[in-house]
Design a binder for this molecule. Structure first.
Ligand SMILES: Cc1cc2nc3c(=O)[nH]c(=O)nc-3n(C[C@H](O)[C@H](O)[C@H](O)COP(=O)(O)OP(=O)(O)OC[C@H]3O[C@@H](n4cnc5c(N)ncnc54)[C@H](O)[C@@H]3O)c2cc1C
Length: 434
C-alpha cells in the first residue's frame, strides 16, 4: 500500500462511516500513524439516502470526500481499499490493493442489508444502504412510470405503479412518505396521461407497529400521517418471498409489483478472519467489551454498527444508529491515546439523545429521552438535526437550499434517470451474484 513505517505505532481503521470518521478526527496529529481504509472515497450520510432515492436531493449533497476530511492530518494515510480478511495472528489485514500490518486495528465497517438468507428476495428487491443503491431506486421508480405509459396490459401497468416497501422502521416510513408526496405533487403533472391514482404504496411491517423502536405515540402518529398520505400499511405481516413480480407473505396477502424495496433488516458487515469467540452466533457482528475491544483480542477493536456491546441493560447491544457509532469512535480515540501512554481505558456509556423520523412535509415524530412530540415542530427539529449532522458547509448549504426550494415549489428536481437501472431476471443470475 506504499505506507512507510514511522516511529509511532500504526492504527489501522477499516471504514470511514460515522464511527470511523469520528475516530479519525479525534486521532488527528496524535502520537500515532493512522491509516484509514474504505471501499468508497467518500463518507455517506445514510439518513438522507431516501431523499436521493426519491429525487429530493442530489447524491453529492449527502456524500463527502474522505480525503478532504483528513487532508491536513499529519502522519495520516487514506487508501481506497476493500478489506477482505484480517490475519489477526500476524497482525495484518488483507485488502484488494495489498496487505498492511497494524499495531492496533479498528473495525468500523458498519452494516449491510439482511435478507435473512432468502436469495430470491436478495436478487429481486432493492436495498438502500449506499448511494449507488439509492440512485438505482430513483432510476427504477422513474423507469417504471415511463414503461407504464407504454404498456396496454393493465396488470402490467398496475404492477409497474405498485410499490412495496418491506420494513416499517425509519427507513421504510421515510421512503413511503417521500413516495406518497411524489404521488401527490409531482407524478400527476409529469405523467398526465397516466392515472396516478392507481399508484399503490404499501408498507409491510413484521411487528405490530411501525417505528417499533420508538414510543407507541410516535408509532401511531407516523401511521396516521402515512395513512393520511394514502399509504397502505400492513402490520404483523411477514414477506416470505418475491420472485421479481409477486410478493408472498405469511398470510393470504400477496402483491403484484415490479418494485420491492427491502428495508426490513441489517446485519454487521463483518470482515472474515476473527476467531469464533469474537463473533456473534450468526457471525454477523463483532462482540466487544466495554472498551470496544473485540473479545479475545488486545489490539483489535470494533465500533459502530458492526460492534455488539452486550450488557445486562442492553443484551442486544446498542441500536444500530449514528449516535452510538459517533460516541464509540470518540471514546475509542481517547482510549487508544490512553493505551499508547500506558494509561487506563474508560468504559463506554451510551448517551441516548433520542430518535426521530420524518414522514413528509410538516410531519415528523421525535422521541427525546423525556419528551415525545410530533407534527410541525418535530419536523423542524428533524431538519435542524440532520442539517447540523451533515459533514461540510457546502453540503449543509446545498441541502438547506434544496429543502427550501422543494418546500416552496412542491417539487423534487432530482428526478433524473442518469444511470438507467437494468432490471434483473432470474436467468441472468450466476451463483456469485447470489
Ligand atoms: C437508509 C438509512 C437511514 C438511516 N437513518 C438513520 C437515522 O435517521 N438516524 C440514525 O441515527 N441512524 C440512521 N441510520 C443508521 C446509521 O446510518 C448507521 O447506524 C451508521 O451509519 C453506522 O455508522 P458506522 O460507522 O458503524 O457504519 P457506516 O456509516 O455504514 O460506515 C461503514 C463504512 O465502512 C466501509 N466499509 C464496509 N466494509 C468495508 C470493507 N470490507 N473494506 C473497506 N471499507 C468498508 C463502508 O464503505 C462505509 O464507508 C440509517 C441507515 C440507513 C441505511
Amino acid at each position: 500500500m506504499n505506507i512507510p513505517r514511522s516511529s509511532f505505532p500504526r492504527i489501522v481503521i477499516i471504514g470511514g462511516g460515522f464511527a470511523g470518521i469520528s475516530l479519525a478526527k479525534k486521532l488527528k496529529n496524535k502520537n500515532a500513524q493512522v491509516v484509514l481504509l474504505d471501499k468508497h472515497n467518500y463518507h455517506t450520510f445514510q439518513p438522507l439516502l431516501y431523499q436521493v432515492a426519491t429525487g429530493g436531493l442530489e447524491a453529492g449533497s449527502i456524500a463527502y470526500p474522505i480525503r478532504k476530511v483528513v487532508q491536513d492530518y499529519e502522519n495520516f494515510y487514506f487508501r481506497l481499499a476493500n478489506v477482505k480478511e484480517i490475519d489477526a495472528e500476524n497482525k495484518k489485514i488483507i485488502a484488494d490493493i495489498g496487505d498492511l500490518y497494524f499495531d492496533y486495528l479498528v473495525i468500523a465497517t458498519g452494516s449491510k442489508t439482511n435478507y435473512f438468507g432468502n436469495k430470491e428476495i436478495e436478487s429481486f428487491s432493492m436495498a438502500m444502504k449506499t448511494i449507488p443503491q439509492s440512485l438505482n431506486i430513483r432510476s427504477l421508480i422513474l423507469e417504471n412510470f415511463e414503461q407504464a405509459l407504454l404498456t396496454n396490459d393493465i396488470n402490467e401497468r398496475n404492477a409497474l405503479m405498485n410499490f412495496v416497501i418491506v420494513g416499517g422502521g425509519p427507513t421504510g416510513v421515510e421512503l413511503a412518505g417521500a413516495l406518497a408526496e411524489m404521488k401527490k405533487a409531482i407524478l400527476p403533472k409529469d405523467y398526465p396521461d397516466l392515472d396516478i391514482r392507481n399508484m399503490g404504496i404499501h408498507v409491510v411491517q413484521g411487528s405490530e407497529r411501525l417505528l417499533d423502536a420508538m414510543s407507541p405515540k410516535s408509532s401511531q402518529k407516523a401511521e396516521d400521517f402515512l395513512r393520511g398520505l394514502g399509504v397502505s400499511i400492513w402490520k404483523s405481516v411477514r414477506v416470505t418471498n418475491y420472485d421479481g413480480r409477486m410478493v408472498t407473505t405469511n398470510s393470504d396477502l400477496t402483491f403484484d409489483t415490479a418494485t420491492v424495496i427491502w428495508a426490513a433488516g441489517v446485519k454487521g458487515a463483518v470482515v472474515n478472519g476473527l476467531k469464533k469467540e469474537a463473533l456473534t452466533e450468526r457471525a454477523d457482528r463483532v462482540r466487544v467489551n466495554e472498551f470496544n475491544q473485540a473479545l479475545g483480542y488486545d489490539t483489535i477493536f470494533a465500533i459502530g454498527d458492526v460492534a455488539l456491546m452486550a450488557s445486562d441493560k442492553n443484551p442486544q447491544g446498542h441500536p444500530m444508529m449514528a449516535q452510538p457509532a459517533i460516541q464509540q469512535g470518540d471514546l475509542l480515540a481517547e482510549n487508544l491515546i490512553n493505551l499508547l501512554q500506558n494509561k487506563k481505558m474508560k468504559p463506554f456509556v451510551f448517551n441516548d439523545k433520542g430518535s426521530m423520523a420524518t414522514i413528509g412535509r410538516n410531519k415528523a415524530v421525535v422521541d427525546l429521552p423525556h419528551w415525545h412530540f410530533q407534527g410541525v415542530f418535530a419536523w423542524f427539529v428533524w431538519m435542524f438535526v440532520h442539517l447540523f449532522s451533515l459533514i461540510g458547509f457546502k453540503n449543509k448549504a446545498v441541502v438547506l437550499m434544496n429543502w427550501i426550494y422543494n418546500y416552496i415549489k412542491f417539487d423534487r428536481e432530482g428526478r433524473l434517470i442518469i444511470r438507467p437501472y437494468k432490471k434483473k431476471n432470474i436467468q441472468s443470475f450466476t451463483s456469485d451474484e447470489f
